[in-house]
Design a protein. Structure first.
Lengths: 137, 194
């Protein structure tokens, strides 16, 4: 008559997980999450700063490009002769789209997105830091 | 329709919830799998203090990889894959175990047909207090590359197929190492309990 090895290993002494190990692991994960958030926030802020400095250093050129483009003229027309604009709305729309100063617009959009994302990330970081504080105490 | 509470959700549902930003999902996964992982690590490295650190490292690695985890895979073999690798790395650093052992584990083809899941061991060895300790000592005799197989199969109830996926080795190799581990345990028990 034989006993299977599987039955035999059930006679191994019981190993109990230390009760504090669960909290320790959660703390470790929490710290890792904070480090990751801080790094992302730092990276994003640096990018936002670089694009902002770049935009401001060429601000005069961007403003000139914007004002000399037909984009502004189209909107002046909308204000001065709205009936003409609405009568030829299709042509007006195409004209507006064609006259958008692309480079300036893209740069402003990138700046806005980076600043917005940085603010969201900082808020997330602040919330995570306060959750960690509550958890630790 | 009553929605399952977070504790009742299956592993894949928890991982999906984690990916969607549910911070409690990982906590439930941790609570569910910490005991078996810690138990496995403690028996692999034969040191509960080290096993605590390795359990921490295992679940930290799991958390970092969860965002790219394939939910069609079973979570349990995946977490044991990480645990096993973490244990082997720790043992290599300690240099306790010669890893050349069982590397070229040749299986006699004619014996493959005879490989079965459970090999019988001598009976009548039921002095409980002595038995548990002796079995622990027997596990110490098994090379670490076979110890994980017998622990995962006989204690954690994983199949040979799952263990093959965990260790990235062919199933025949896994079964061969299992058979060898059982043989070592049997020989040790026969010698020390008689």
């Amino acid at each position: 008559m034989y006993t299977s090895s599987m039955t035999l290993l059930t006679h191994l002494p019981i190993i109990t997980t230390p009760p504090e190990l669960y909290d320790r692991i959660l703390s470790t994960v929490s710290r890792a999450k904070l480090r990751k958030l801080r790094f992302q926030a730092w990276l994003l802020c640096s990018s936002a700063l670089v694009t902002l400095v770049y935009t401001l250093s060429f601000w005069g050129d961007w403003v000139n490009e914007f004002q000399s483009s037909e984009f502004v003229d189209f909107f002046k027309l909308l204000w001065s002769d709205p009936d003409i604009v609405f009568a030829s709305i299709g042509t007006f729309t195409i004209g507006v789209l064609e006259s958008i100063p692309l480079a300036t617009s893209i740069l402003i959009l990138i700046n806005a997105l980076l600043i917005l994302r940085s603010l969201i990330l900082f808020r997330e970081l602040k919330l995570s830091t306060s959750h960690s504080f509550i958890h630790a105490h | 329709m009553i929605e399952a509470s977070p504790e009742q959700k299956i592993d894949s549902e928890l991982i999906i919830a984690h990916k969607q930003g549910d911070t409690n999902a990982f906590n439930i996964l941790l609570k569910r799998h910490l005991d078996p992982v810690f138990r496995f690590l403690a028996r692999m490295v034969r040191n509960t203090t080290l096993a605590e650190d390795l359990a921490q490292e295992t679940f930290l690695k799991a958390w970092k990889s969860l965002s790219s985890y394939d939910i069609t895979r079973s979570f349990r073999p995946w977490i044991f894959t990480i645990a096993r690798r973490t244990a082997l790395d720790a043992l290599r650093k300690k240099s306790d175990v010669p890893f050349s052992v069982l590397e070229n584990d040749e299986t006699n083809p004619s014996q493959e047909d005879q490989i079965i899941d459970k090999l019988p061991l001598p009976d009548a060895l039921y002095d409980q207090a002595l038995l548990g300790k002796t079995i622990e000592e027997a596990l110490d005799q098994i090379p670490v590359t076979a110890r994980d197989v017998i622990l995962l199969h006989d204690v954690e109830d994983l199949t040979f197929e799952e263990i093959s996926a965990i260790s990235h080795e062919p199933m025949n190799t896994v079964k061969s190492r299992y058979r060898r581990a059982v043989h070592i345990v049997r020989e040790f028990l026969t010698t020390h309990l008689h």
